[in-house]
Design a protein around this ligand. Structure first.
Ligand SMILES: [Zn+2]
Length: 236
């Protein structure tokens, strides 16, 4: 669908001065030219490129966010299943989670990116990786390997004067679990070696998500006056 997008990824400069050739259509630039990411472009190709650039909008951001949440859930499942099945404690899957979240957001926003996309991608990647500690801990508890995560929280000594509503208890338990999950990358620093490695891999994964959701870097300069000595004769 986007096969006709002019390619300006690699900046090539004409070898000989005076030959202003468009890096996209390879025709000599006549009259005026532009520089797109440093590469020479004729006016027609520059206009074509501008028309095909993704237009950022609220709708694009919301769609990107929805895809990002989907990617984060996928990443959480992937991370949890990998951790439970292999028992490997170092979170290599953080890299894949960052990649999935970034790619999903890019797909949802149809190529848009920028600071707000990057911030959302960072939060989603962190949330997916850290919250996967919950299913992994539950699985370990079910296998009798360790105490449930709730047991690590100091319990209040004073008994409740009256029994709280069950919904409040469930809600509080889930909220506590979520907080524990979000704090898990830091809690794992109790084991400094594994904790640090996990944190570094998580930061690399976040960086992957950050870069994948960056603004599409198109830098258009111009117009400049073309210096082709022998412009081709104008078409009739
Ligand atoms: Zn051109």
């Amino acid at each position: 669908m986007s096969d006709n997008v002019p390619q300006f990824g690699i900046a090539e400069y004409p070898s000989a001065p005076g030959t202003d050739t468009c890096m996209s259509c390879r025709q000599p630039a006549v009259g005026s030219y532009y520089r797109v990411n440093g590469a020479l472009a004729c006016a027609r190709c520059k206009e074509q490129l501008e028309a095909q650039l993704p237009k950022d909008s609220h709708a694009a951001f919301v769609r990107g966010l929805m895809f990002g949440v989907g990617g984060a859930i996928l990443g959480l499942i992937l991370y949890s299943v990998f951790g439970i099945v292999t028992g490997i404690e170092i979170g290599y899957i953080s890299l894949a989670v960052g990649y999935i979240v970034g790619k999903a957001m890019r797909m949802g926003s149809r190529g848009n990116g920028g600071r707000r996309y990057q911030l959302a991608a960072v939060i989603l990647t962190y949330a997916a990786v850290s919250m996967s500690a919950i299913p992994i801990a539950i699985s370990q508890y079910a296998n009798g390997k360790m105490a449930p995560p709730q047991a690590q929280v100091a319990k209040p000594r004073t008994p409740d004067p009256q029994p709280a509503k069950p919904q409040t208890n469930l809600g509080a338990a889930l909220a506590g679990l979520a907080v524990l999950g979000l704090a898990s990358p830091l809690l794992e620093l109790q084991d400094p070696f594994h904790g640090m490695i996990g944190l570094v891999i998580l930061l690399v994964g976040i960086r992957i998500a950050w870069r994948l959701t960056a603004s599409p870097a198109i830098d258009i300069l111009g117009p400049f006056v073309a210096t082709n000595p022998a412009a081709p004769a104008a078409a009739p």
